[in-house]
Ligand binder design. Structure first.
Ligand SMILES: [Zn+2]
Ligand SMILES: [Zn+2]
Length: 140
């Protein structure tokens, strides 16, 4: 005689939650672990999002500041300065009398530097330095 549907249901209920737990405990542990991982990931993700949310206004403010014309001018001047060649004249040694004429970031001339160690080497010089060096050489 085939068990009725009601009887099958009663048998399943009789196993109870414990019966099902024993059968699926390893699965449950994996699921728990996965859940814990997912939860940790969610929390880290949330923390990251929170942190990003918190710095976003600062970044926005920075971008806003950077777009202001007076700030742009400063940035452009800095970029131009970086593109320039620095004057590598050793002013105090090469032309001590006029050591303060140097335009440090405006090297336009390649001059000869008499280095005892390396011999004559080409170094970028700014115009005032080149002139001061020439004057110093003529004088000396
Ligand atoms: Zn110099
Ligand atoms: Zn110079």
């Amino acid at each position: 005689m085939r068990p009725s549907r009601w009887q099958l249901r009663q048998r399943a209920l009789a196993l109870g939650p414990r019966g099902w737990d024993d059968a699926t405990v390893s699965d449950d542990r994996d699921t728990e672990f996965a859940d814990a991982l997912a939860e940790a990931g969610r929390r880290v993700g949330q923390a990251m999002t929170d942190a990003l949310e918190r710095i976003r206004p600062a970044v926005g403010a920075l971008a806003e500041v950077a777009n202001r014309p007076e700030i742009r001018a400063v940035i452009e001047r800095a970029q131009k300065a970086l593109r320039r060649r620095p004057c590598l004249c050793f002013c105090l040694r090469a032309h001590p009398a006029d050591h303060d004429v140097c335009e440090m970031l405006d090297a336009v001339i390649t001059g000869q530097c008499h280095s005892g160690l390396l011999g004559d080497v080409d170094v970028p010089l700014c115009a005032p330095c080149a002139a001061a060096r020439a004057a110093h050489e003529f004088a000396g």
